[in-house]
Design a protein around this ligand. Structure first.
Ligand SMILES: C[S@@+](CC[C@H](N)C(=O)[O-])C[C@H]1O[C@@H](n2cnc3c(N)ncnc32)[C@H](O)[C@@H]1O
Length: 194
């Protein structure tokens, strides 16, 4: 995972990319908490990867984990959705050379409307949005999801515990679960089938 950090930073020699990325955001993206959380997401994805062919990544942010996954799973396609307009250019620049990178849509997931086209959905930003997207996911879809108990302004939908997370996003099968104890908060990870 860490070997992708200099690859991302190299991209910032491109001034068009760098102008979208304040140093505070880069610092947060590569904080130990973030890297450890992405390792959990990667392990969770591994647990369901045998049945994944067409993946949607909701709230894909800078496209960092996308890159890790598209390289590790060349036979699985990945498409991203993030409502932050900057993310398309940043992730696109980082990932466009991989043929299984199927692009990025800059839209709120509540207006996306194509959740049913994917066999697997990643959402590591559950705390940033309501459960509306989850309600639209068809049963049988594989999910890799994360939330946390960090109460800050952007987090409109925290979970208090792994059990709270499981009850908000009920899965018919759970293939991976974890509570990661970080410095000032806990991150919850689940992988399974809705
Ligand atoms: C701070 S980032 C990533 C946080 C996450 N815990 C992680 O580490 O991957 C949250 C991302 O979710 C996106 N986002 C939040 N609400 C969204 C929504 N309703 N639809 C699409 N993207 C959303 C934001 O634009 C942002 O890029």
């Amino acid at each position: 995972m860490e070997e992708y950090i200099p690859k991302f930073l190299d991209m910032m020699y491109d001034k068009e990319i760098a102008k979208h990325l304040p140093i505070e955001e880069v610092r947060d993206a590569f904080h130990t908490n973030q890297i450890e959380s992405k390792k959990q997401a990667s392990l969770a994805f591994e647990a369901i990867s045998d049945n994944a062919k067409k993946v949607l990544y909701v709230g894909s942010w800078l496209g960092f984990l996308t890159r890790v996954l598209i390289e590790k799973y060349p036979n699985i396609t990945f498409e991203e959705v993030d409502m932050d307009m900057r993310c398309k250019e940043i992730s696109g620049r980082f990932n466009y050379t991989f043929k299984n990178y199927q692009g990025h849509q800059s839209i709120n997931i509540d207006e996306f409307g194509r959740e049913h086209e994917f066999d697997t959905i990643i959402n590591l930003s559950c705390e940033h949005m309501t459960t509306g997207w989850y309600d639209r996911v068809k049963p049988g879809t594989q999910l890799i999801i994360q939330s946390n108990n960090l109460v800050i302004e952007d987090h409109i939908n925290n979970c208090e515990s792994l059990d709270d997370f499981k009850s908000k996003y009920p899965l018919s099968e759970i293939h991976y679960e974890n509570t990661l104890e970080l410095n000032v908060f806990n991150r919850f990870t689940l992988a399974g089938v809705k």
